[in-house]
Structures are given as C-alpha cells and as structure tokens.
Design a protein around this ligand. Structure first.
Ligand code: AMP
Length: 217
C-alpha cells in the first residue's frame, strides 16, 4: 500500500508511522528524519535546511520534493511506503502526484491525524528523543527508566531544537496555514481518512487500521 500520514506536529505521526509500516511491511519514510540526517552531516544543504527547521518554518517545496522523491525511488519502497510528514503543502502534493504518475502508481489512502492544540503543546514541550535509535519518550507521560537515557540503547536523550514552546506555536500556525488546505485537496480525491489522535498509541493505531479497513489484530 502507498499511504500518506498527515497531522499537526506532535500528533504522533512518527510513532504511528513506524507501527503501521511494520504491520504493512513497507518502509516508513519521514521527511523530517531525512532533513535531520542532512543537517547532522553538516553539509551546505543541511545548513540551508536547518535555517528553516529551527525556526519552525517549512523547507521550500522543490528541495523537499527532490529529497523525498529520491528516497521513494529506492528499491525497498517499490511495492509500497508510508510517508510521514510529506506532503505538507498543496504544492508538494502536486509534486508527489506527478512523481507517482511518472512511476505508474497512485496513493491508496491519506490518513489525517487530529489533535487539539493544547494537547499538542503539552506533548511536544515534554518530548525527548534518542538521536541514536529514534526512540521517543515524554518526561511526564512516558518517562524513561533512567532519567535522560534511552530505554532502548542507553544513549543520551535530547530535546529537539524545534520543540521549544515558541517554535511549537509557530509550527502550529504553519500547519494551519499551509497544511490544512491539503485536507480538502485529498477529500476531493476521495483519499482522506480522518483519525482521532487522542489516547494511547495502541488506541490510535487501532483507529488507523479501521480507517484503512485492515481488520482487528
Ligand atoms: P517533523 O519531524 O515532521 O516534525 O519535521 C521537522 C521539520 O522539518 C518541520 O518543522 C519542517 O521545518 C521540516 N519539514 C519536515 N517535513 C517537511 C515538508 N514536507 N515540507 C517542508 N518542511 C518539512
């Protein structure tokens, strides 16, 4: 299956993408992760990306599309993928549609996670991530066994530079302005499946499975 996961920052896209991609046996491809890999390489492209991500702004469409399309064309994504965080603008969805068309494929569904703003701010300002293995925890809701250490690989947990309250509020505004119009775009194409993102990870995952008619576990 070829699936897109849309949602405001903090809706749990990354976590759910990993779970769902595992169930579907397709790769989870996150534009945010592709950008973080680029910035950690310290390349000129990475520095350009960082200027946008640290301010909570979107990276320009063409650059984003080039990076994601290149990843989508790797062999492991030939039979399906779960796209997390791309597209985020109507321009990007047009570029994605064109790239898939060139490859003779189409999307099967677009899941739109929905979460109230106050819950988003609570989730993101307490979020800590492990740069080594990608594990995500919350200082209050799912604290690690040892403070500031990853339960998975024992590496140090860090706060993402864009998870400060000020940047989270900017990211929410950017989502409302630039990404919400996509919901209409995909509704018109009869691909949109809205999913309530409140509750636990398994609860949200079950709702996504129903939205995709995947049946019970
Ligand atoms: P995420 O990990 O999905 O929250 O993304 C982190 C940051 O990367 C975002 O706040 C944007 O600055 C940038 N980013 C990720 N995906 C996109 C995209 N599809 N278009 C533009 N910028 C993006």
């Amino acid at each position: 299956m070829r699936i897109v996961l849309i949602g405001p920052p903090g809706a749990g896209k990354g976590t759910q993408a990993r779970v769902l991609a595992g169930l579907l046996a397709v790769p989870a491809i996150s534009s945010g992760d592709l950008f973080r890999a680029e910035t950690s390489r310290g390349s000129a492209l990475g520095e350009l990306v960082r200027r946008h991500t640290d301010a909570g702004e979107l990276v320009p469409d063409e650059l984003t599309a080039t990076l994601v399309t290149r990843r989508l064309r790797e062999p492991d994504a030939a039979d399906g993928f779960l796209l997390d965080g791309y597209p985020r603008t109507v321009g990007q969805s047009e570029l994605l549609e064109r790239a898939l068309d060139e490859d003779g494929t189409v999307l099967d569904a677009v899941i739109a996670l929905d979460l109230p703003d106050d819950e988003i701010v609570r989730r993101l300002t307490g979020r800590r991530v492990c740069p080594a293995c990608g594990t995500t925890v919350h200082t209050v809701f799912s604290p690690p066994r040892v403070p500031d250490r990853c339960d998975g690989c024992a590496g140090p947990l860090v706060r993402r530079a864009d998870d400060t309250e000020e940047t989270v509020l900017r990211r929410l505004a950017v989502y409302a302005e630039q990404t919400v119009p996509l919901l209409r775009w995909y509704t018109d194409r009869e691909l949109l499946r809205p999913v309530d993102a409140t509750g636990t990870v398994p609860e949200v995952c079950d709702r996504m499975r129903s939205a995709l008619s995947l049946g019970a576990r």
